[in-house]
Design a protein around this ligand. Structure first.
Ligand code: A3P
Length: 301
């Protein structure tokens, strides 16, 4: 049978998305004021999409009682163009050109494979990553629940071996993270680099960073602390998980919205990793990230 994933332009692309990624690269027309939420899967994308949407639209939806985030999943409000192209969602592709501006979009594509129109324009990218241990566990739980026919049935150990070899959709994890990390150092006006653990541990500070980064795109910026606090409450894990839309809805037919909200913790990997797994992945990460200046928190402090 055909492989479910293969190495395409230096990253492991799930076979079902290869054509979509190609079309995205060829046809997507970035606007100067676009905002992309970029991530390796299972790093906190859903949360960052919600926060970004709430920040950018805070004037328009100043009443938090009737906010779109209460009735729509963040992946509907901030969609992934690469999946629109992969699933041939022509109506959605067409509607990209008249989305209200600034357009908010998501992507899992590694930086070197983004459409040129994104890298060459002044549009902004907010990147989120998460320690590689929790990212792996979150992915393992997510893909096990997806039960898609295009995915192989892997044991935790088999999935881990592949992950250590860089093989997971949009991986290797380290290349993905390092690509955006380096860009954020050379072009801090273009890429804001965030970590899930930081966002969890000092939410106000990092949400303010997002607001400052997007300030030029938001009419009447200068969000007050009260606005920021309301946004954080609106996007809180328990709050979002309990919404009807996130309990029962689906995205692209293949994913149930509820699978995006599992535990939302730092350190759940400890319930999954054996001592030899810890040793193996620690060594790889040390080797890959060494000298980059990039490091992660693995447990709650
Ligand atoms: P866990 O599986 O560890 O619980 P992504 O959005 O990139 O798919 O990442 C999913 C991870 O983010 C899941 O982690 C999920 O529980 C967590 N998550 C989703 N919404 C969140 C929120 N509002 N706040 C904090 N974490 C959230």
């Amino acid at each position: 049978s055909a492989p479910y994933i293969y190495l395409f332009q230096d990253f492991w692309c799930p076979t079902v998305y290869v054509e979509g990624v190609n079309k995205f690269q060829k046809h997507f027309d970035a606007k100067e004021n676009d905002v992309f939420v970029a991530s390796f899967p299972k790093s906190g994308t859903t949360w960052l999409k919600a926060l970004t949407f709430a920040i950018v639209n805070h004037q328009q939806f100043s009443s938090f009682d009737h906010h779109p985030l209460l009735s729509s999943n963040p992946h509907e409000l901030v969609p992934f163009p690469e999946f629109m192209y992969s699933y041939d969602l022509h109506d959605q592709i067409l509607s990209l050109s008249n989305m209200s501006e600034p357009r908010l979009l998501g992507t899992h594509i590694p930086l070197p494979s983004l459409p040129e129109s994104i890298t060459k324009s002044n549009c902004k990218i907010i990147y989120i990553c998460r320690n590689p241990f929790d990212t792996f566990v979150s992915a393992w739980e997510f893909f096990t629940k997806m039960k898609s026919e295009s995915l192989p049935d892997l044991t935790l150990e088999e999935a881990f071996e592949k992950y250590c070899n860089g093989i997971m959709g949009f991986g290797p994890w380290w290349s993905h993270v390092l690509g955006y990390w380096k860009e954020s150092l050379t072009r801090p006006d273009k890429v804001l680099f965030l970590k899930y653990e930081d966002l969890k541990e000092d939410t106000i500070f990092h949400v303010k960073r997002i607001a400052d980064f997007l300030d030029s795109l938001i009419t009447q910026g200068g969000e007050s602390t009260t606005v920021i606090e309301n946004i954080i409450r609106l996007c809180g894990f328990e709050k979002m998980k309990d919404l009807e839309v996130n309990k029962s809805g689906r995205i692209f037919d293949v994913v149930e919205n509820k699978t995006f909200f599992r535990k939302g913790e730092i350190g759940d990997w400890m319930n999954y990793f054996s001592p030899s797994m810890i040793e193996k992945l620690s060594k790889i990460i040390e080797e890959k990230l060494g000298g980059s200046g990039l490091s992660f928190k693995y447990v709650t402090t």
